[in-house]
Design a binder for this molecule. Structure first.
Ligand code: GAR
Length: 205
């Protein structure tokens, strides 16, 4: 059985990419294989992680390709060349256009570090999400894996996991706990679920 071909899009440290690669190794992801890592930031440590794991990687920047349109065109070409069937956004800090997401309907998933619909949408990314949760005073937060559509963080929810907020949490401490207890758990599980669906859909055709 041919596995679903996965590309992981990254921008930074790549701990979620690491969780995905580890999950493939341990068999949590068995229906898909990570064939490509793409970063929009040449300094992303995630690129180093891909290199260490022996996974082909590329860097495509808006600066190099001229704004969103050129960037997305280059990205689409690269994904097509590699026969990519599932795109996983793992800390990818760039919003994709409606035109781009329409090329991969229900085939792009994203991890967001809150329980959507709280603390999400434009401007809510990385540490800012945890700062906002602490400022609001919620007692429970978490992470969400969802499909990507034309609305930032607005696509159908696939999986969520809650994480308690502790009395003296800092944004950094909370970010770390949400990653360890929620993100690194549900992103690989969701990637496996959608990969299995892709394989099933192939069989029906
Ligand atoms: C993760 O916490 C991810 O959920 C978040 O950025 C971090 C990336 O860390 N993504 C967003 O905020 C997207 N809106 P990583 O590079 O170590 O995986």
């Amino acid at each position: 059985m041919l596995k679903a071909r996965i590309a992981v899009l990254v921008s930074g440290g790549g701990t979620n990419l690491q969780a995905l690669m580890d999950a493939e190794k341990s068999g949590i992801i068995k229906s898909g294989e990570i064939r490509l890592v793409v970063s929009n930031n040449s300094n992303a440590y995630a690129l180093k992680r891909a290199e260490i794991a022996g996974i082909p990687s590329a860097c495509i920047t808006k600066k190099e390709y001229g704004k969103q349109e050129g960037f997305e065109k280059a990205l689409l070409e690269l994904l097509a060349e590699n026969g990519i069937e599932l795109i996983v956004l793992a800390g990818f800090m760039s919003i994709l256009s409606a035109d781009f997401v329409n090329h991969y309907k229900n085939r792009i998933i994203n991890i967001h570090p809150s329980l959507i619909p709280s603390f999400c949408g434009k401007g809510f990314y990385g540490l800012k999400v945890h700062e906002a949760a602490l400022e609001y005073g919620v007692k429970v937060t978490g992470a969400t894996v969802h499909f990507v559509n034309e609305v930032p963080d607005g696509g159908r929810i696939i999986m969520q996991k809650a994480v308690d907020i502790l009395p003296h949490d800092t944004p950094e401490a909370l970010q770390k706990r949400v990653m360890e207890q929620a993100e690194w758990v549900i992103l690989p599980r969701a990637a496996e679920q959608i990969s299995a669906e892709i394989i099933n859909a192939r069989e029906k055709n």
